[in-house]
Design a protein around this ligand. Structure first.
Ligand SMILES: Cc1cc2nc3c(=O)[nH]c(=O)nc-3n(C[C@H](O)[C@H](O)[C@H](O)COP(=O)(O)OP(=O)(O)OC[C@H]3O[C@@H](n4cnc5c(N)ncnc54)[C@H](O)[C@@H]3O)c2cc1C
Length: 332
């Protein structure tokens, strides 16, 4: 926590907005809506930071891109890429485009793969470079008045319990995420964790307990409400939490990959496109930022995931197959 605080304070712009919170009084100063006991809560508040409505941000970019002539192919068949199509040339393999689930081939001189945790499906050569991992997400349904009362609250992040932020004004849903080490789905044949097909519409029982405890300590009037719209949310983890933004080897620079968001990529949304442009313009076609270059995947020995500990997370990594939404079935 001190390390995060110090990082924020290294920015001259941000420093004046970073304040320590040491007791309940300080916390109520930051968020008057707390009615819980906040037992032992201390940390810092950074009022420079805040919350962005990701779906609306995506909608905004979609509209702007469309009005600039970008064509979108959306939907489960028309928009789902099955594979990158290659041809063999005298200089080696080269992509000619992509094939979607409806069988259509979209010709392209450059394919940029940016499909989050699903990257292995399209680029199996990623191997252990990326590990599909997930956290739980669930919601509490509020009334109009309850939503209004929580408008503008700070993002509240308790290391051992999880986080929440202001509810969605349109849906009246308060989103909760318990965080932790994350859940993997290791493919025994390759030893690589790959995102499962479809959506996992449940959260493990222990996460449900964490989210309820988070509410009990902060907004106890919501702690006994049913959790709704539960799911596991998948992201693409790398060992060092750095992106991979590079050409895929042995594709004659015809395929670029952007992956490795490591569960903290959305905050880069306003600037992420620039990184593709920079790579396209880079001299010699080499990624100028060393830590974002393609790494050679490590060999694997099957069955167990090859994940390293991620320094900014607390908690164990567990396999999807060991999880249960019921207390008796959960393998703890
Ligand atoms: C619970 C949770 C909390 C998070 N909290 C934060 C946070 O507080 N701050 C933050 O910055 N980040 C956060 N993140 C991380 C953030 O959501 C990701 O970093 C970000 O969404 C990654 O963007 P992406 O475009 O790489 O992948 P995604 O957002 O996963 O997008 C990939 C897209 O590709 C599509 N796709 C997949 N396969 C195919 C295919 N075959 N063909 C066509 N399309 C395909 C998917 O449908 C999806 O639309 C969180 C993640 C989780 C799971």
């Amino acid at each position: 926590m001190e390390r995060f605080k110090a990082a924020a304070e290294r920015s001259a712009v941000m420093k004046p907005f970073v304040h320590r919170v040491s007791d309940r009084k300080d916390l109520l100063q930051a968020c008057w809506q707390f009615t819980g006991a906040l037992p032992g809560w201390k940390g810092y508040i950074n009022t420079y930071d805040g919350y962005v409505h990701s779906a609306n941000a995506l909608r905004g970019v979609y509209r702007a891109a469309r009005s600039n002539g970008v064509r979108f192919f959306l939907g489960e068949k028309v928009g789902a890429v099955e594979e990158v199509v290659y041809e063999n040339t005298s200089r080696g393999r080269r992509s000619t485009g992509v094939r979607t689930k409806d069988g259509r081939v979209h010709p392209a001189s450059l394919v940029v793969v940016a499909v989050g945790a699903a990257a292995h499906k399209i680029l199996p050569e990623l191997g252990t470079n990326v590990s599909a991992k997930s956290w739980s997400v669930a919601h509490v349904r509020l009334t109009d008045d309850e939503t209004a009362a929580l408008r503008g609250i700070p993002v509240v992040y308790a290391r051992d319990l999880g986080f929440f932020f202001e509810p969605d004004q349109k849906t009246n849903l308060l989103k909760l995420c318990p965080m932790g080490g994350g859940y993997v789905n290791t493919d025994p044949a390759s030893g690589v964790s790959k995102a499962p097909e479809g959506v996992n519409r449940f959260v493990p029982y222990e996460d449900e307990l964490k989210m309820k405890e988070l509410l009990r300590q902060t907004l106890p009037h919501l702690a006994d409400r049913p959790l709704v719209e539960k799911s596991l949310c998948w992201f693409a983890d790398t060992d060092d939490s750095d992106f991979i933004i590079d050409y895929v080897p042995k594709t004659s620079s015809s395929v670029m990959v952007m992956t490795g968001d490591s569960g903290h990529g959305f905050k880069m949304f306003p600037i992420v496109g620039r990184w593709v442009r920079d790579l396209l313009n880079a001299s010699g076609g080499q990624q100028p930022i060393k830590r974002w270059r393609w790494r050679e995947p490590k060999p694997v020995n099957g069955e167990t995931s090859q994940d390293a500990d991620v320094s900014w997370r607390v908690g164990d990594i567990r396999e999807l197959r060991d999880l249960s939404e019921h207390p008796m079935k959960a393998k703890l």
